[in-house]
Design a binder for this molecule. Structure first.
Ligand SMILES: [Fe+2]
Ligand SMILES: [Fe+2]
Length: 243
């Protein structure tokens, strides 16, 4: 698998892998970049070049995980990117899935119990997904940003340890498996058990969107588990050693 680098033209990157479109949007780039290279575009837009290249490669090639290089990025930059991804899911992908699943189910000849079952599994996935995102944004990310602030400003250390006596990310770590399991259940029920008279084109278009969501979400979770968490553990060790 070919990896991209700072000399790659962004247009040819997108032609090779169009699933990177929402990723470059989140990183601050819209279409219309002509023949410019990644290096030129990042310089123009003030985007961190290494973070950009590593992130698109992580998405492009599943076996690629440059954990050591990614650990060099400031934690606030990683969190900013993760929150933008959450917004993309909440503001766009979920409403788009809502729309496509309804088009699909309404086009099925009879409003059968199967439709109800698909809706139920979809609702279960969404519920776990929203709980997960809210937990990260309301509890885990604020803890990490506060930890990061103490490292640069030791004066607020007492305030921080009062609020988080254990100051350990392990008490915040939530597995992604619950959310992933609900996604698997939903895909399974649709692929294995739908009656043959459902509307195939609408079904395919809903599934295509769902698979895209799944792929994006998997890569998002990889960044959290393999970049963010190890980075936080590093910061915690640093704080401990200053005791
Ligand atoms: Fe997340
Ligand atoms: Fe997550």
């Amino acid at each position: 698998m070919e990896l991209f680098n700072e000399n790659s033209k962004l247009a040819s990157v997108i032609l090779k892998d169009h699933s990177l479109l929402p990723v470059i949007n989140r990183l601050g780039i819209q279409l219309g970049f002509g023949d410019k290279t990644i290096r030129d575009i990042c310089a123009e837009k003030g985007i961190d070049l290494n973070f950009f290249v590593e992130t698109i490669n992580v998405f492009h090639y599943e076996a690629y995980f440059p954990e050591k290089r990614l650990l060099d990025f400031p934690v606030s930059m990683v969190i900013d990117y993760l929150i933008k991804t959450h917004r993309y899911y909440i503001d766009y992908l979920i409403p788009e899935n809502d729309r496509l699943i309804e088009l699909f189910l309404l086009a099925s000849p009879d409003e059968s119990t199967d439709n109800g079952l698909v809706r139920k599994f979809y609702a279960k996935f969404k519920e776990k997904f929203v709980i997960h995102i809210n937990f990260e944004e309301r509890e885990m990310f604020p803890y990490i940003l506060e930890l990061n602030a103490v490292i640069t400003n030791p004066e607020i250390r007492n305030q921080f340890t009062k609020k988080y006596p254990d100051f350990s990310i392990t008490s915040f770590e939530k597995e992604h498996s619950q959310m992933d399991d609900k996604m698997d259940d939903l895909k399974n029920i649709i692929i294995k058990y739908l009656p043959p008279n459902y509307d195939q084109n609408r079904g395919n278009s809903f599934l295509a969107n769902l698979f895209m969501f799944e792929k994006d979400l998997k890569n998002h979770s990889r960044i959290e588990d393999h970049i963010l968490i190890p980075k936080v553990k590093q910061l915690e060790k640093l704080l401990e050693s200053h005791e």
